[in-house]
Write a protein that binds this ligand. Sequence first.
Ligand code: C2E
Ligand code: CA
Length: 446
Amino acid sequence: MKLFNQHLEKKIGERTQELTDSHKDLEDAFKQIDYSARHDTFSRLPNRRYLEQTIEWKILDSSQSRTMVSLILIDVDRLKHVNDTLGHSVGDQLLLHIIKRIKSCLPEGSFMTRHGGDEFAILIDGIYYDDEIKELTAKIIHSLGPPFHINDKELSITLSIGVSIHPEHGDSVEELMKHVDLAMYKAKEDRKSKVVFYSTEMDEELVGRMELLADLHTAIKREEFLVHYQPQFDIHTGALSGVEALVRWVHPLHGLVSPGEFIPLAEEFDLIIPIDEIVMKTAIQQFNEWEKEGIAPPRLSVNLSPQQFTQGNLSSKISMIWMETRFPAERLVIEITESIAMNNEECLTAQLQEIAVMGIQIAIDDFGTGYSSLSYVKKYPLNQLKLARPFIMDVPANFNDTAMIKAIIDLSHHFNLSVVVKGVETIEQLKFLRTMNCEEVQGFYF
Ligand code: C2E
Ligand code: CA
């Protein structure tokens, strides 16, 4: 009997252990499911769903402590282009580095989540002044300033940051989320890293932007664009040396819309490629007309968005236009600006070389505005360098600018590039530039 009881006790013990183990397995499985449902698998950061729940709790808590809850939305600009041009593995590595740097700026107890591809949110509670958030966002931008080094590539990024704060900007999760989105979009309109706090005027602006976007789709179908031509002059002889084609949108209700208003929108929503094609064709047709009349300028310059290069078939598009119009290739200049999208050096160099082989000239535009680097001058088959307006705004009074202009012009000549100075508005600037050995000038003065 004793033996029987001992056997029974052992069996019960084993069974209890089995039940405990399976209960634990079940609990682990539930925990795993719960974790996956609330986290992003790639970054292991909490996801949007988790964020929404957390905002709700924090709002409840804050009403007792009478503190504020701040939602910060960070979007990494142009990450899509890094993925498109350098591949997803580089994009992924870059994201992990970015997360690490952002995390290093956060105070203890803050909650960072990944919203989707290139969007992160940070929830900060228990704050008394919005200055604390201003300081934090400035710190984040500063920490992401130095370039990243991935697979021997140097990548620089910019951020667009939106902020909404409870109770000032909303009492519910929905309001805070909607308003932080709006603030972030507002920040995106600028090309540099920028922080924008939500304000009520943004609601109206958003409606306006969305309407403009819908109209832009129609404008492309109906080709509602007009091209203006700004002359460029030889600085020594004063002769016309070329014209730059600058697009305007002839909106059926608003009249002429400047490119500054619709190009960023077109770039953001992938509509810039058809617009650039329309402008290029129109300008070339106009140039051919002038040529027939014997009044064509020596050169025609057109602006191309960096996005043209990410598709990798720009040169074949240009050859198609050439087949249709037979324009004199050596009198066409394409103006490009540098951006992170151009970090795919092989792809960009190959495309630029194909364009150069056609005889077309290539200009680097807005040199010195923060996106350009001296190494591009050496690396790419360029013919012309266009110096940005900010450089000459304060000359001849500003000695630093004067020295900089001189250095850039000397360097350009060293690499056989001619220099066009943009934004000349006064006779003083022109007189100063005549002493500077640049080749051409362009601006409102003329
Ligand atoms: P950008 O290439 O730097 O063109 C020069 C801009 O500065 C033009 O503005 C021109 O009107 C303006 N400008 C010229 N001289 C002066 C001056 O002396 N002082 C001042 N303050 N401004 C001057 P716009 O026409 O509004 O074009 C703005 C930008 O839009 C262009 O800057 C270019 O980046 C872009 N853009 C224009 N047309 C096209 C296009 O067909 N395709 C693409 N992708 N971008 C274009
Ligand atoms: Ca230009």
